[in-house]
Unconditional design. Structure first.
Length: 240
């Protein structure tokens, strides 16, 4: 049988956790003091410390001696560029969870620049997909992808919300991904992406352009990814 202090501690912990994840308490916000939390919730300070201890272990708060508890800033993530991986696969080992939300999926006439990258004939059609990706519930990137018509029609039927596109192409659609061509640059955050990523337009952003190819050097996808520069970076190890 669960005792009363544990029930009160769990309710306090879960209530504070919800306030942090829902944005009621924002990053760097100071939590009420232990004595204030104890008084407002009718619990002992020991119960408060148990609840705060759990939140600290989860990485949701930090506690500073003599200053109190504060909501942790979003965790920055880095991906190694030592091999070709999807973002979710690369960051899972670091304890991060990645998922996405499809914002747009439509068939359109291929723009000239995309036609040249994908090696398509003039006047053809492509599928255009825009996705918003989240890292630990925080928006991290806007992904704009173009696919050749037949492949894009197959991608359009699938749910990609919790999976990397590379994984879907290989396991669900039978494509053999052998290489990716990358171009990484710094840019200013565009207004639409800033709105979706909850940042100020014009702040520094990381722009990654990627072309996925199969073993026959057929180009399967062209993607432009706009990352929040304050939340994500790439790492490289260079040998001499």
């Amino acid at each position: 049988m669960t005792d009363v202090p544990l029930t009160l501690y769990a309710k306090l912990r879960d209530g504070l956790r919800a306030s942090i994840l829902d944005g009621v308490l924002a990053a760097h916000d100071k939590l009420p003091s232990e004595s204030q939390l104890a008084a407002s919730h009718g619990v002992s300070r020991i119960t408060v410390r148990q609840a705060l201890g759990d939140l600290q272990k989860e990485g949701l708060i930090v506690r500073h001696q003599g200053k109190g508890a504060f909501v942790s800033p979003p965790r920055r993530a880095s991906q190694n560029l030592d091999r070709l991986q999807g973002l979710g696969e690369a960051l899972a080992a670091q304890g991060h969870a990645v998922h996405g939300k499809r914002m747009l999926m439509k068939k359109m006439k291929v723009p000239p620049a995309i036609r040249d990258v994908l090696g398509l004939a003039p006047g053809g059609m492509v599928w255009h997909m825009i996705s918003l990706r989240y890292l630990d519930r925080e928006p991290i990137s806007v992904n704009s992808s173009y696919f050749p018509l037949v492949l894009g029609e197959r991608v359009a039927r699938l749910d990609l919300s919790g999976r990397d596109l590379i994984d879907v192409l290989e396991k669900d659609l039978g494509q053999s991904i052998t290489q990716a061509q990358l171009e990484i640059s710094a840019t200013a955050m565009p207004p639409r992406e800033a709105r979706w990523l909850k940042v100020t337009p014009g702040v520094p952003a990381l722009c990654v352009q990627r072309v996925l190819c199969d073993g026959a050097d057929t180009r399967l996808q062209f993607e432009t990814v706009t990352y929040r520069a304050d939340a994500f970076s790439y790492r490289l190890t260079l040998a001499r």
